[in-house]
Structure formats: structure tokens, C-alpha cells
Write a protein that binds this ligand. Structure first.
Ligand SMILES: Nc1ncnc2c1ncn2[C@@H]1O[C@H](COP(=O)(O)OP(=O)(O)O)[C@@H](O)[C@H]1O
Ligand SMILES: [Mg+2]
Length: 255
């Protein structure tokens, strides 16, 4: 396989009972690119990404991360390989503040007289640094998530997912519930993360979002890969026609 890929998925198939959710699907992600993943409902988008995140185990197929074969049995395995995923429902703790959400499940502790305490100061400091690095519009790492707008919650979910060391970010319909302005901020964050070298896979129904920030876009239909387009030379019509017809248009961005 080609070692330039950040992610290479080859021949991925998955059945749920009688439903063939994915059939022989390939996907390649380059470092520093935003790859859109689009297709009708039930096309298999979420399943493909859950497989990459170790949350669903494929029946067949291989995955390589930076040229190394991997076998993920759970999301912790995928996270250890630098993969982060933001689910549609975000799964935040609304009654906790930003720092507590960012560090949920991986809290810093300190020991005093042999007793373990949470190192809150360190978590607030590191969260503030992360907010700064991501250039996200959250005033304080002490804000309660339940006081935040949908867009800000999305930012917290991204901050938590990528933590400090993810190199691959998967976002499943992140802009679906956001207003226009908030969705715009999210797209800015995606471009910013891409500029920092992350590879990002972005599932959305909002095709204009892909045209705005995507480098390439891959279309799935009925669990199969229809094709992959270069965003620069694609129109909204091209994307729509591929989603609907299930046939590739001639602008091939396969690499
Ligand atoms: N856990 C599951 N159990 C049974 N069927 C599932 C499960 N997850 C997904 N499916 C089915 O697999 C197909 C692909 O679903 P999904 O990957 O969620 O598509 P998309 O995200 O493109 O809408 C659908 O027919 C869906 O109903
Ligand atoms: Mg889905």
C-alpha cells in the first residue's frame, strides 16, 4: 500500500443481519486534507467511520494508519493510533464545565501526602491552551456546557475529541443542528485544524459546506463507493448527481 496515506481502508464490508451496510469499500485520507463523505441516508457513511474509530468491527477489509496495519477492537485502540471522532449527539456532560468535559475519562491527578487529588489547575491551564490553539470562541475553560450555544458545544466536543495529540479527526454531521453563523465558525475551525496538519473526514448533508472547506469528496450509495471528486473542480450539481445516480462523474480525484 502507499505510505503517503494517513488512512487507507481497503475492501471494507459489513453486514448487520441481512442488511449489507458496506460492500468492498476503499477510502484514502491524505495528511492535511479535508475529505468529505457524502451520500443518502443509509448509504453506510456512519458505519464506515465507526469502523475506522473501532466502534464497529468489519466483516472484511484492512486498515492502515500511516502505512501500518491496524486492528481496532474498540475506540480506545483507535484513539491510541491518533484517531478522534465527534459523534452527532456530541455526548457531552452539560452540568460540567469545559475543562471537565475536555478531560473526562483522562483527568490529571496529583498526589499529596499519598492521597490522589484532581489537578484542576493543570486541567484549566491546558484547556485554555487548547482553546487558544484551536482559536475557538469560548471565553473560559470554566464555563458550564449547559450555558453554551449549540455551536460552542460543538467546539467543546471537537476540543475533547482531538485532545492534544489526534492526527485524524472524524466528524459525523457536525453542522446538522447549527445556525448559519455557527456552522460558519465550525467550518473555520475545520480549515484551521487542517492547516495544522490534521487529516479530517467530514460527513455532512450540507454539500455547500464540503465545497467550502473540502479538498476531496467521496460518495457512497447503498454501501458502495460511487467515486471520489476533487472539490476545486466540482459543482453542487456534480455532487448531487453522483449521490442520486450512484454513477461517477468525470473528474477523478482518486490518488
Ligand atoms: N447497529 C446496527 N444494526 C443494524 N443495522 C444497522 C446498524 N447500524 C447501521 N445499520 C444499517 O446499516 C445501513 C447503513 O447505515 P449508516 O452507516 O448509519 O448510514 P448513513 O450514516 O449513511 O446514513 C442502514 O441500512 C442502517 O439501518
Ligand atoms: Mg449517519
Amino acid at each position: 500500500m502507499n505510505n503517503n496515506y494517513l488512512v487507507e481502508m481497503k475492501g471494507i464490508s459489513k453486514k448487520f443481519g441481512n442488511i449489507q451496510a458496506l460492500k468492498d469499500v476503499d477510502l484514502e485520507l491524505l495528511p492535511g486534507e479535508v475529505l468529505g463523505l457524502i451520500g443518502d441516508n443509509a448509504a453506510g457513511k456512519s458505519t464506515l467511520m465507526k469502523i475506522l474509530f473501532g466502534a464497529v468491527i468489519p466483516d472484511q477489509g484492512d486498515i492502515e494508519i500511516e502505512g501500518e496495519p491496524v486492528n481496532f477492537n474498540n475506540p480506545a485502540d483507535a484513539q491510541a493510533s491518533g484517531i478522534a471522532m465527534v459523534y452527532q449527539d456530541l455526548a457531552l456532560f452539560p452540568n460540567l464545565d469545559v475543562a471537565a468535559n475536555v478531560f473526562a475519562g483522562r483527568e490529571h491527578a496529583k498526589s499529596l501526602l499519598g492521597i490522589q487529588f484532581l489537578d484542576k489547575r493543570r486541567m484549566y491551564q491546558e484547556t485554555s491552551k487548547l482553546i487558544e490553539r484551536l482559536q475557538i470562541s469560548i471565553q473560559s475553560s470554566r464555563l458550564l456546557v449547559e450555558r453554551m450555544s449549540g455551536g460552542q458545544r460543538q467546539m467543546v466536543a471537537v476540543a475533547r475529541a482531538i485532545g492534544f495529540d489526534a492526527k485524524i479527526l472524524i466528524m459525523d454531521e457536525p453542522s446538522a443542528a447549527l445556525g448559519v453563523q455557527e456552522a460558519g465558525r465550525l467550518l473555520d475551525l475545520i480549515s484551521h485544524l487542517r492547516d495544522q496538519g490534521l487529516g479530517i473526514i467530514f460527513i455532512t448533508h450540507r454539500l455547500t459546506d464540503i465545497l467550502a472547506v473540502g479538498n476531496r469528496v467521496m460518495v457512497l450509495k447503498g454501501g458502495q463507493r460511487v467515486g471520489i471528486l476533487d472539490v476545486k473542480s466540482s459543482s453542487l450539481d456534480d455532487l448531487e448527481s453522483m449521490i442520486i445516480s450512484g454513477k461517477p462523474v468525470l473528474n477523478n480525484a482518486a490518488i
